[in-house]
Design a protein around this ligand. Structure first.
Ligand SMILES: Nc1nc2c(ncn2[C@@H]2O[C@H](COP(=O)(O)OP(=O)(O)OP(=O)(O)O)[C@@H](O)[C@H]2O)c(=O)[nH]1
Ligand SMILES: [Mg+2]
Ligand SMILES: [Zn+2]
Length: 297
């Protein structure tokens, strides 16, 4: 599955041909990156998607009704893009990182528009992410600085999804990274640049089997609560620190003997990241209360 436009989508067959398709039945949820089985529709010049093959990985968000919904599938890396402008919302960044960790998908921060300069405040935050273990690539889709490093951060065969706030330059980076022979698609992306925001996720092939999924920008991102790792909520620092907590079922909020809270008080766990964890924990508890107790998995 290469692209979706509402109920319309583009699929690609084994020979690399792109074909128009439409899901067969209302209940079939198909997202960019999905592998699907199709059947020809003899009446229309279109295919019917009849089955979505099991997903090896997926990023799930909570939709407006709080239900889990896939965003992209079969990704092997999440590229969380931010830039000096628009002003980054790091709580959104944290929630993407938490969703990726919970999905066992490695995440990399992409700091685009580097030629605009990163102020001290953002630099300090980036240091905190580096300490947590997240790699970051500084680049510019405009000057081309760092785009080689971004490509190098993707292993051959990697399927990387670009996510982040609207206007950080995801589509511009895709246009920069497309190999020469795909210039036609690149031109299409470039023509859109600056004027149109991306409205549908779309997959682009790079060299050596790498693929990039461009996705629409967001103002906010709420991960689906049932897909979050229940103990750490996908915060890698919490995963590392929690063996030191007094209670095995510590939620790392007010519990006595909590090693996570102690680390945040000592600032060895970045206090803003801890605040981010607490917000996500409260959100999860609110949603769980609304929807009733969790079912055992
Ligand atoms: N200065 C500067 N501007 C950039 C850079 N990359 C992109 N831009 C500009 O940022 C704006 C948004 O770029 P897009 O590539 O459309 O951003 P996007 O993340 O795809 O946005 P959505 O599709 O809405 O999510 C455009 O005006 C680009 O020209 C960069 O490296 N430096
Ligand atoms: Mg875009
Ligand atoms: Zn704890």
């Amino acid at each position: 599955m290469v692209a979706t436009f509402g109920r319309h989508m583009t699929v690609r067959d084994a020979a690399g041909r792109q074909l128009r398709a439409r899901p067969f039945g209302r209940s079939l949820v198909v997202v960019c990156g999905d592998e699907v089985r199709c059947r020809a529709d003899p009446l229309h010049d279109e295919l019917h998607v009849v089955e979505v093959l099991p997903r090896r990985s997926a990023l799930y968000r909570a939709n407006a009704r709080g239900r889990s919904e896939p965003v992209v599938a079969n990704l092997t890396r999440l590229l969380v893009v931010l830039a000096p402008v628009p002003a980054p919302d790091l709580f959104v960044v944290d929630r993407y990182l938490a969703a990726a960790e919970s999905a066992h998908v490695g995440a990399t921060l992409v700091v685009n528009k580097e030629e605009l300069g990163v102020d001290e405040e953002l630099s300090a935050e980036l240091v905190a992410y580096a300490r947590a273990g997240y790699g970051a690539v500084h680049c510019s889709a405009h000057t081309g600085v760092g785009v080689g490093a971004l490509l190098a951060a993707l292993a051959p065969g990697a399927v990387a999804a670009l996510v982040g706030q609207s206007g950080v330059g995801k589509s511009s980076l895709v246009a920069r990274l497309l190999p020469e022979e795909r210039l036609a698609i690149g031109e299409l992306v470039r023509a859109e640049e600056g004027r149109h925001t991306t409205t549908a996720a779309r997959l682009f092939d790079l060299t050596e089997g790498r693929a990039l999924i461009d996705s629409p920008g967001v103002r906010d991102f709420a991960p689906a609560i049932e897909s979050l790792e229940p103990r750490s909520l996908g915060f890698v620092e919490v995963e590392r620190l929690s063996p030191g907590c007094r209670f095995l079922d510590c939620r790392h909020m007010r519990e006595p003997g909590c090693a996570v809270r102690a680390a945040a008080e000592a600032a060895t766990f970045h206090p803003r990241r801890y605040e981010s964890y607490r917000r996500l924990r409260r959100l999860r508890e609110e949603l769980t209360a609304v929807r009733g107790p969790e079912r055992k998995r």
